[in-house]
Design a protein. Structure first.
Length: 185
């Protein structure tokens, strides 16, 4: 039977997201150590595709005197399904050598934690100076694997949500608010 999706209520408004993003950026900046020359370098790693939207807002809230670099990895555990397959596939790896450097991994959402657990282990094996994580949304009630979230925007209930990079079968990533999705058969 064909299942149709409709947008539901606004769960988190664009105003709340913007305010929280600025707060998170301030914390990230304050926690980024200076090197011997007084330089504060940070490699911000976005996990395509969903993290792009939050990441671009986050990095533009970082102080202009920080040395901010941006790179991306492309992985997928969900495909077009709404449930995790449990299998993380890497389609595109970093261009940057992160050894000895401060890294912040940015995600739109942590759900079961499988994607993050896999990625963090992989990135840690490359010996960064520091490895921190920043997520816009945390569905902590659904966690299956323990993962460290250093900076979290919002804890959300176990609802299917879209917007700010989160999609439903590829749709609605571009929405500025986080909204629920209703299904009808
Ligand atoms: C989403 C999200 C995370 C992952 C979180 O990505 O961006 O990467 O799922 O789920 P988990 O904690 O259960 O592993 P998805 O695989 O849907 O790809 P996308 O970013 O391209 O939408």
């Amino acid at each position: 039977m064909e299942q149709r999706y409709r947008l539901g209520d606004v769960l988190i408004s664009r105003g709340e997201i913007a305010k929280k993003t600025a707060e998170l950026a301030a914390k990230v900046a304050a926690d980024t150590p200076q090197d011997a020359d007084g330089n504060r370098e940070l490699i911000v790693v976005g996990i395509l595709t969903g993290a792009v939207f939050f990441l671009t807002d986050l990095v533009r809230e970082l102080p202009e005197d920080m040395d901010v670099r941006v790179d991306f990895m492309s992985v997928s555990s969900y495909g077009n399904e709404t449930k995790s397959s449990g299998v993380v596939r890497i389609f595109h790896d970093l261009k940057t050598n992160i050894e000895g450097r401060n890294v912040l991994v940015v995600e739109d959402i942590v759900d079961t934690g499988r994607t993050f657990a896999y990625l963090l282990e992989l990135l840690q094996s490359r010996n960064p100076a520091s490895l921190r994580t920043c997520v816009l949304l945390d569905k902590s009630a659904r966690r299956e694997t323990e993962v460290r979230v250093d900076y979290c925007g919002f804890n959300i209930p176990d609802a299917f949500v879209v917007g700010c990079g989160l999609d439903c079968a590829g749709m609605w990533r571009h929405l500025k608010d986080i909204r629920t999705v209703r299904t009808q058969s």
